[in-house]
Design a protein around this ligand. Structure first.
Ligand SMILES: C[S@@+](CC[C@H](N)C(=O)[O-])C[C@H]1O[C@@H](n2cnc3c(N)ncnc32)[C@H](O)[C@@H]1O
Length: 233
């Protein structure tokens, strides 16, 4: 058999993308200090009957809390496999995950990643980082509450990454499901860290009535990988 293999022209190892991701993953090691500084507030919140996260949250504007490199590669590969052109992201932070997504969109021949981020300083930093990776043409970051900023996203959506605060995974899934095309992928990060909060999300994904097939990947802190097969288009 004489099969011609097409070499990959760009991909995640293209120098600007690779160097930017390496720099950001390294900088994200500083998150450990942010969590350490937030620990007294987290413990105080717990003592008041709230969650540890409630105490950590005010400290999070300085934290990357980015997806792992392994998760980024898995999401990039999937976006290439399904030729994703329109990708929606809940929780852009400093733009690490957005770079994996935008790189796939670029390598698929063009399209848009529609990101969302509450914190204005993070939006500005993400734009700088995405620019450094040479991917600005493929990204639009919407500043503000994703429940509002993502409400008018156009169909069809090829891929969704849910990685903002966990109480909004379900409402955002419900907002975006009508826009999903058949065969689209929905990724949700931190399934194992926020097991209790995300149980309704995982239960929803596992119920065949809802149109998804799903599995939890063990990369990072648990990445729910769901494929929407519940529509004709
Ligand atoms: C875990 S971080 C995202 C990390 C990013 N996906 C990455 O891999 O680099 C979660 C982000 O979601 C943002 N966020 C939380 N709630 C949000 C909301 N309602 N709308 C938009 N962004 C939100 C937070 O400000 C935070 O920066």
């Amino acid at each position: 058999m004489n099969m011609q293999v097409k070499p990959i022209q760009r991909g995640l190892s293209e120098p600007r993308v690779k160097e930017t991701l390496a720099r950001l993953h390294k900088a994200a090691r500083g998150d450990a200090l942010v969590f350490l500084r937030g620990l007294p507030d987290a413990l105080a919140a717990k003592a008041r009957g709230k969650s540890l996260f409630d105490g950590f949250e005010p400290h999070m504007k300085n934290a990357f809390i980015q997806i792992s490199h392994g998760a980024g590669e898995a999401i990039y590969n999937t976006a290439r496999a399904i030729n994703a052109k329109r990708i929606v992201e809940f929780g852009t932070s400093f733009g690490v995950s957005t770079i994996y997504l935008a790189c796939a969109v670029r390598d698929n021949g063009g399209g848009k990643v529609i990101g969302s981020e509450l914190e204005p300083t993070k939006v500005a930093a993400a734009r700088d980082n995405i620019n450094a990776a040479g991917l600005s043409a493929y990204v639009e970051i919407r500043e503000g509450d994703a429940m509002k900023t993502l409400a008018d996203v156009e169909a069809p959506v090829d891929l969704v990454l849910l990685d903002g605060w966990k109480d909004l995974y379900m409402p955002l899934l419900q907002l975006l499901t009508p826009k999903l095309r058949c065969g689209s992928a929905v990724f949700a990060d931190n399934i194992n860290t926020f097991r209790k909060t995300l149980r309704p999300y995982v239960t929803h994904m596992r119920d065949p009535q809802n149109g998804f097939v799903t599995t939890t990947l063990s990369t990072g802190s648990g990445l729910e990988y769901s494929v929407y097969v519940g529509s004709e288009n």
